[in-house]
Design a protein around this ligand. Structure first.
Ligand SMILES: Nc1ncnc2c1ncn2[C@@H]1O[C@H](COP(=O)(O)OP(=O)(O)O)[C@@H](O)[C@H]1O
Ligand SMILES: [Mg+2]
Length: 250
């Protein structure tokens, strides 16, 4: 697949974003940016606001206050399909494939939704599957796919027509260590070979730290730390957030 050429300033950015559900703030004054060609991690305990952040950055949730910009343009109130057409793609925690269609058609449907012809969409689907070394999945029904293949198809679908940004919400959930390592390689390739800016949400903190250039840590809706793996690993605030949460430290 062709590598997309990017220009500086084509970042996807949240500035001072707060999301309130009634009186409850899922996010408070969050600022983060995703730049082309790099992997960004987003970690934090359950309920920290990670999925809400992805929803805000992809048009599934409007910020209550604050701004979302794409290459400097305010996109905070664009609906999800418009953001996808502008080059912001995502996966979901649950696969959300069309069970009655085969893999190729699952991908092609996305292309048609983006305004491409059926023929062009099928050709793009085969290009994406080929790039992922997954052409053997093309004619299998989505319904019967093993779990990890379902995940990979979700990513393939998000990569249709070379989005500038790819947001992955817990793509390694339920995978073995080996499968997670393969996924890490794929994520690295997406950024390095396609020039896509990736935001990776994962419970598997080791996976995130191993592939991310920059990591944000959310706790109770706020960014409590950001930086490279060394910064995150040596942060007392991060340690406290994980140990303080009523769960096993990930
Ligand atoms: N639509 C919603 N309405 C009310 N509360 C919500 C909604 N979506 C998420 N929340 C709450 O916001 C908090 C953050 O949720 P979420 O973003 O899913 O966290 P994470 O992905 O980090 O586990 C949680 O307390 C969750 O219950
Ligand atoms: Mg979540």
């Amino acid at each position: 697949m062709a590598r997309r050429e990017h220009h500086d300033g084509r970042a996807l950015m949240a500035s001072g974003v707060t999301v309130a559900f009634g009186g409850f703030k899922a996010l408070t004054n969050v600022t983060l940016s995703i730049t082309p060609g790099a992997v960004h991690g987003l970690i934090g305990p359950n309920g920290a606001g990670k999925t809400t952040m992805v929803n805000v950055l992809t048009g599934f949730q409007a910020p209550t206050t604050g701004a979302v910009t794409l290459g400097g343009r305010d996109v905070g109130n664009l609906p999800a399909h418009a953001l996808r057409r502008s080059g912001v793609a995502r996966t979901f925690q649950a696969g959300r494939l069309f069970a009655g269609l085969d893999v190729l058609d699952n991908l092609a449907v996305t292309g048609v939704g983006l305004g491409h012809s059926r023929r062009a969409s099928e050709a793009e689907a085969m290009r994406v599957l080929d790039w992922m070394e997954a052409t053997h999945l093309a004619h299998l029904p989505a319904a019967g796919l093993p779990y990890t293949d379902e995940r990979r198809v979700g990513i393939a679908r998000a990569l249709m027509f070379a989005p500038d940004f790819l947001l992955l919400d817990e793509p390694a959930a339920g995978m073995s260590e080996t499968e997670a390592a393969e996924l890490a390689t794929l994520i690295t390739r997406v950024a390095a070979e396609l020039g896509t800016g990736v935001l990776l949400i994962e419970h598997n903190v080791g996976l995130v730290l191993s592939v991310s250039h920059h990591v944000y840590v959310l706790d109770a809706g706020q960014v409590i730390e950001e930086g490279d793996a060394d910064v995150i690993l040596s942060s007392a605030r991060v340690r406290d957030a994980y140990l303080g949460a009523d769960q096993e430290a990930a």
